[in-house]
Design a protein around this ligand. Structure first.
Ligand SMILES: Cc1ncc(COP(=O)(O)O)c(C=O)c1O
Length: 480
């Protein structure tokens, strides 16, 4: 090169690594990750998340020069990753667990290194077919008929947003301001958020009260619909829950489906937590009516135990999803009639390859093992709930309809609601501090409830026994 050359002698402009370098780096990452997972049961169920100071210390200007991999791995695995909730831990019983099965990590690595383009069918038809298979398998598990389809999203919130768009497009068209949505006061916040994103503001969203089992009250739902119609508004969507986040309540899906059919409303079911129990034929009665939904939110990063970042929406009439998203441009090929074409079914064009992690996991385990794991989580929750209910001072508020139950502490020293709330929150905290299981709580109508949700694929009987024992010991201390 001459001195004037725009191409300098050093090879800084190349970002490529040699084969040997890639193997060495890959091996280093693999060892760190596998060691981490292999030791996950002995890590505290919640790391030290009192981390404001740590966060401040991490702020830095953009680094001009690169760093070797090893110090970065040390920072991540030794210092930062432990400072979090140990969500893949077998003792993670808080919020809605999932776990993160290993085949999905392998799939992500393959997807990222091969970096094929799955937004448009023509660019990677065979890979898109795998994603299409995954959606069909989910339709099958959920009892959705031929003609259904769906969309993989980054989570349940994204799925729900797309569901509201389908209903809005189908039933309101451009006249969206008069449209009203109904969901229970216990529904996940993502429904209200999705409504707003879809242009349906909070003044058009009705939060229907629940019964003593935290299920949407049908009489109140009917009354709210009638009242809105009388006021000249246009009811168009009921969002029911197949397992609420707070207490695991499953709404009366079948009856709500009947009502929606009679009223010509779109019935969306939020199955982010609970829908995968429908994969087990013996558990389907718990979710009766789920397969009649017009659309269904799933969260494979919960009920299929995948790592965070995979949600799914199933839509009974696939054309509803296409009507929302179909678009073309002069530089794009024509979408095929026969095959699933992701950008025609969702808002994204360029995207990762979300289907591969689902496909790998199902292919490697097989559906039978998945069903066994899902059914075991419910059985563990039922087993634990029976024992927790017998602990002196504990009052069960929500039996496990699926694999989540909720309860609170009562006792002679806890005369007021405030005192019961404080004690129940302390119970959650003290059990969690012991480091073997992580619990979380929720507030429902001013009542603080402790909750146990069994949905990590790593949770087995050992953790249930620990959970019951630690609850009993800490409850006794609090009531002493
Ligand atoms: C019942 C329910 N619906 C929806 C969601 C939202 O899903 P995501 O967090 O994947 O967006 C959650 C999340 O916990 C949930 O529990």
């Amino acid at each position: 090169m001459t001195a004037e050359s725009p191409f300098p002698a050093s090879d800084d402009a190349s970002l490529e690594y040699s084969r040997a370098q890639m193997l060495a780096m890959g091996q280093a990452v693999l060892e760190r990750s596998v060691d981490h997972v292999a030791a996950i049961g002995s890590q505290p169920s919640r790391g030290n998340v009192d981390a404001a100071e740590l966060c401040r210390s991490l702020r830095e200007p953009i680094p001009e020069a690169g760093t070797e991999l090893e110090p970065l791995l040390a920072l991540l695995f030794d210092d930062l990753i432990p400072r979090s909730f140990t969500t893949p831990s077998p003792g993670y019983l808080g919020y809605i667990p999932g776990g993160g099965v290993y085949p999905a990590a392998l799939a992500d690595f393959i997807a990222d290194t091969t970096n094929r383009y799955t937004g448009v069918w023509q660019a990677a038809p065979a890979l898109v077919q795998l994603e299409s298979n995954v959606l069909e398998w989910m339709c099958d598990w959920m009892g959705f008929p031929a003609g259904s389809s769906g969309l993989l999203t980054t989570g349940g919130s994204g799925a729900t947003f797309n569901a509201v768009l389908c209903a809005r497009e189908r039933l309101l068209g451009p006249d969206i301001r008069r449209g009203t949505i109904y969901t229970s006061s216990q529904a996940h916040l993502c429904i209200v958020k999705a409504a707003k994103l879809a242009g349906i503001h909070a003044d058009r969203v009705r939060l229907i009260p629940v019964d003593s089992a935290f299920r949407m009250r049908l009489d109140a739902l009917k009354a709210a619909i009638a009242e809105d119609r009388a006021a000249g508004l246009v009811p168009f969507l009921v969002g029911s829950s197949a397992g609420t986040t707070n207490t695991g309540a499953v709404d009366a899906l079948d009856e709500i489906a009947d009502l929606c059919a009679a009223e010509k409303l779109w019935h969306h079911v939020d199955g982010a937590y609970g829908a995968f129990f429908h994969a087990c034929p013996e558990l389907r009665p718990l979710l009766r009516g789920l397969s009649r939904a017009d659309s269904l939110t799933l969260d494979p990063h919960k009920g299929m135990f995948l790592p965070y970042g995979t949600g799914a929406l199933l839509v009974r009439d696939a054309s509803a999803l296409r009507d929302v998203h179909a678009a073309t441009a002069g530089y794009l090929p024509e979408s095929p009639e026969e095959f699933y074409d992701p950008h025609q079914y969702g808002p994204e064009l360029s995207r990762g390859f979300p289907g591969l992690r689902v496909w790998m996991a199902v292919k490697m385990y097989g559906a039978a093992r998945y069903r066994a794991a899902i059914a075991e989580k419910r059985a563990l929750a039922v087993w634990a709930a029976e024992r927790v209910a017998r602990i002196p001072g504990i009052v069960m508020d929500a039996e496990p309809q699926l694999s989540l139950f909720a309860f609170h502490l009562e006792g002679p020293t806890l005369a007021t609601q405030e005192a019961r709330n404080v004690a129940t929150a302390a119970l959650v905290e003290q059990v969690t501090r012991r480091g073997k299981v992580l619990l979380s709580g929720c507030t429902v109508d001013g009542r603080y409830l402790a909750r146990v949700c069994v949905l990590s694929f790593r949770t087995r009987m050992e953790q249930m026994e620990t959970c019951v024992a630690h609850l009993a010991e800490e409850a006794a201390k609090l009531l002493a």
